[in-house]
Design a protein around this ligand. Structure first.
Ligand code: ADP
Ligand code: MG
Length: 142
């Protein structure tokens, strides 16, 4: 089942991310959406939801940022530059699985490596500058 939300500000997207992460255990959250859609903003909200209070930013060059100190670790991936399974091994993707929450931007690039039970979050532009459509599959927000 897919739940569909409309947010009208970055804050509302942060709230949604926070609600998704609040009671989440180890899992893979795969993001889909264009540059500027709001993937990193949503991940910032997820960090709030697990009680991580530090900074968040797109790990484009590092591929992964580790956010420790919340209820469980959150590993923030940016797969924009990942092209092969070798890249996935070298950035430690397989070591992180089942050891916390993996939030993965540009999941389009690693679609075959995503576990079947990955939660999918599609974000697209809405009708106005600050509007986004967020579709979440694989986990219900209550
Ligand atoms: P991505 O990681 O998908 O490239 P970011 O989260 O880094 O996107 O950036 C989203 C941009 O869109 C930010 O500049 C943010 O302020 C802006 N924005 C405007 N409206 C929204 C909204 N409803 N939700 C999320 N971001 C929004
Ligand atoms: Mg980003």
């Amino acid at each position: 089942m897919t739940q569909r939300y409309i947010t009208n500000s970055p804050d509302e997207t942060i709230q949604l991310g926070s609600r998704l992460a609040t009671s989440l255990s180890n899992s893979v959250v795969a993001f889909f959406g264009d540059l500027g859609a709001g993937k990193t903003t949503f991940v910032t909200g997820m960090c709030q939801g697990i009680g991580y209070s530090g900074e968040t930013s797109s790990p484009t060059f590092a591929i992964v940022h580790e956010y420790m100190g919340g209820r469980l670790p959150l590993y923030h991936f940016d797969m924009y530059r990942v092209e092969s399974v070798d890249d996935l091994y070298s950035c430690g993707f397989y070591d992180y699985l089942d050891n916390g929450i993996l939030a993965i931007e540009w999941s389009e690039n690693i679609i075959d490596a995503l576990p079947d039970n990955a939660i999918r979050v599609h974000i697209s532009y809405g009708e106005s500058d600050n509007q986004r459509i967020v579709e979440i599959t694989g986990r219900n927000i209550t």
